[in-house]
Design a protein around this ligand. Structure first.
Ligand SMILES: O[C@H]1[C@H](O)[C@@H](O)[C@H](O)[C@@H](O)[C@H]1O
Ligand SMILES: [Fe+2]
Ligand SMILES: [Fe+2]
Length: 256
């Protein structure tokens, strides 16, 4: 979810104008670089970096890599907000600002739209905190292993995934056990049983789960799959979902 603060120079509709006057946030139609959101093909210096990001991301996210263990420590939520603030997300074509603004704005925007769903406000605040993996205190993982859109590994890479062509160099793409529609999974097996490319989503989900978070299943689902655009934006991989996934997907669509 990408939400920026009020930007008066943008043209806004009546409803949005009302919300701004009300002291709320408004989501502009163009990003900080003057382009429409999530446009991965516009020519710009920023795009070159984003494309290079996805080249390394798509080559290195393999079943072996995703199955590696990680280490843990104890940090407060706010300390983590401050840690992620040090980084610029190389995969994001829309934002080149530190993360803390993004977290607070996302939480505030969703609070305005869903004032009674307090779990959703918290979910929004922490949804990207897994980006702490970029920090030396959390292993200093490279950007390709932390950010960017996520996708299943262990079955065919769907064409709707951004910069899909770079999967040609991913060794799993040539592995007959991994390159079919179902690969190592089965019809309706549930996303919980699907290996997803490693990154900030799955990490933050694991931290919440292992610490016995009381967030509802939909909150955990949002954290875990918010970067899975092929699913929630393009409808790919639905054949792997079970009933609970279908219910939770409705909340994820609201969030995005
Ligand atoms: O570039 C962005 C960024 O890394 C976000 O945090 C992630 O959730 C999005 O899926 C991705 O497109
Ligand atoms: Fe985000
Ligand atoms: Fe994210």
């Amino acid at each position: 979810m990408t939400i920026l603060i009020e930007q008066p120079e943008f043209e806004i509709g009546v409803e949005e104008r009302h919300r701004v006057a009300d002291g709320g946030f408004v989501a502009p139609h163009i990003n900080s670089f003057g382009h429409t959101f999530r446009d991965y093909h516009v020519e710009s210096e920023r795009q070159k970096g984003v494309e290079e990001f996805y080249r390394t991301n798509h080559i290195n996210q393999t079943v072996d890599f995703v199955s590696e263990e990680d280490e843990r420590g104890i940090w407060s939520i706010w300390e983590c907000c401050e840690l992620v603030n040090e980084f610029v997300d190389e995969s994001d074509p829309d934002l080149d600002e530190p993360q803390i603004q993004h977290l607070l704005q996302t939480a505030e925007a969703i609070r305005k739209d869903y004032p009674d769903e307090d779990w959703l406000h918290l979910t929004a605040l922490i949804h990207d905190l897994g980006k702490v993996l970029l920090h030396p205190a959390f292993g200093e993982l490279p950007q390709w292993a932390v950010v960017g859109d996520t996708f299943p590994v262990g079955c065919a890479f769907d064409e709707s995934i951004v910069h899909h062509k770079y999967f040609q160099e991913n060794p799993d793409n040539r592995n007959p056990a991994y390159n079919t529609k179902y690969g190592i999974f089965s019809q309706g097996c549930g996303l919980d049983n699907v290996l997803i490319s490693w990154g900030h989503d799955d990490y933050m989900y694991l931290v919440a789960k292992e610490n016995k978070s009381t967030l509802p299943s939909a909150g955990l689902f949002i954290i875990r799959y918010h970067s899975f655009y092929a699913l929630h934006r393009c409808g790919a991989y639905k054949h792997l979902m079970n009933e609970e996934d279908t219910e939770n997907l409705q909340w994820l669509k609201i969030f995005k």
